[in-house]
Design a protein around this ligand. Structure first.
Ligand SMILES: *[C@@H]1O[C@H](CO)[C@@H](O)[C@H](O)[C@H]1NC(C)=O
Length: 213
């Protein structure tokens, strides 16, 4: 297809029509109940690449694009909280080449999101990383911290990126912190000890404590 030719004009026109239709559909949908918090599990990237005869890494790239589309549509629908389960601690056990590829891609995408004209900044989305960032290489950890700082004042929505996380690790951390807090509260003589911990106290200490259920 020639650049600037009839084909391209047609495509432009069609994409405008699609965007308009999407707006119409969303304005109808958002009259009904809109979920407060939507979470995505990034799964099937490799399967997607195999099925479409793409290089293995291309699946992860497509996954990121899909995620950005979902966040865009979600924002247009008025959803305030997004969570993405991107890379668990267990994923470090994958083939070294794959881990390396994903880490490089992650760094590239974090840098991309930091830009002023990124979808994240255009839609006013604050980014929060959840997980043990110490397990990441320094450049990625730094980039993650910078991205959180740069988007700190974005207030339309919150996107939590779970990286180097596991739920078991989170539960243990949350119980430990709840216990420590109780311990400090029970300082009077004869009352030392952790004592019973309730669900609300544990939930407050979970990484996900910053977003509604
Ligand atoms: C966020 O807002 C605070 C207070 O207004 C300001 O000091 C800070 O520089 C802002 N941060 C960014 C990244 O814009």
């Amino acid at each position: 297809m020639q650049k600037g030719g009839v084909g391209e004009k047609m495509l432009n026109f069609l994409s405008k029509v699609v965007r308009f239709l999407r707006k119409c559909i969303f304005s109808v949908l958002s009259v009904g109940p809109v979920p407060a918090h939507v979470a995505f599990i990034m799964d099937g990237n490799r399967r997607y690449a195999r099925q479409h005869n793409l290089k293995e890494g291309a699946g992860h790239d497509a996954g990121f694009s899909a995620l950005m589309s979902m966040v865009t549509y979600g924002c247009e629908l008025g959803i305030k909280y997004f969570t993405v389960y991107a890379f668990s601690i267990d994923n470090f056990k994958r083939r070294p080449e794959e881990v390396e590829y994903i880490m490089n891609l992650m760094l590239e995408k974090i840098e991309l999101m930091r830009r002023k004209d990124s979808i994240v900044n255009r839609y006013g989305v604050r980014i929060h990383f959840s997980g043990n960032l110490q397990l990441l290489r320094e450049p990625i950890r730094d980039a993650a911290k910078k991205l959180m700082a740069v988007t700190a004042n974005n207030s339309n929505a919150l996107l939590t990126l779970c990286v180097a996380y596991t739920s078991t690790n989170e539960i243990i951390q949350a119980i430990q912190k709840s216990c420590e807090e109780k311990w400090v509260e029970n300082q009077e003589p004869g009352r030392a000890g952790c004592g019973p911990i309730n669900l609300v106290e544990i939930e407050k200490q979970m990484d996900m404590g910053i977003a509604p259920d």
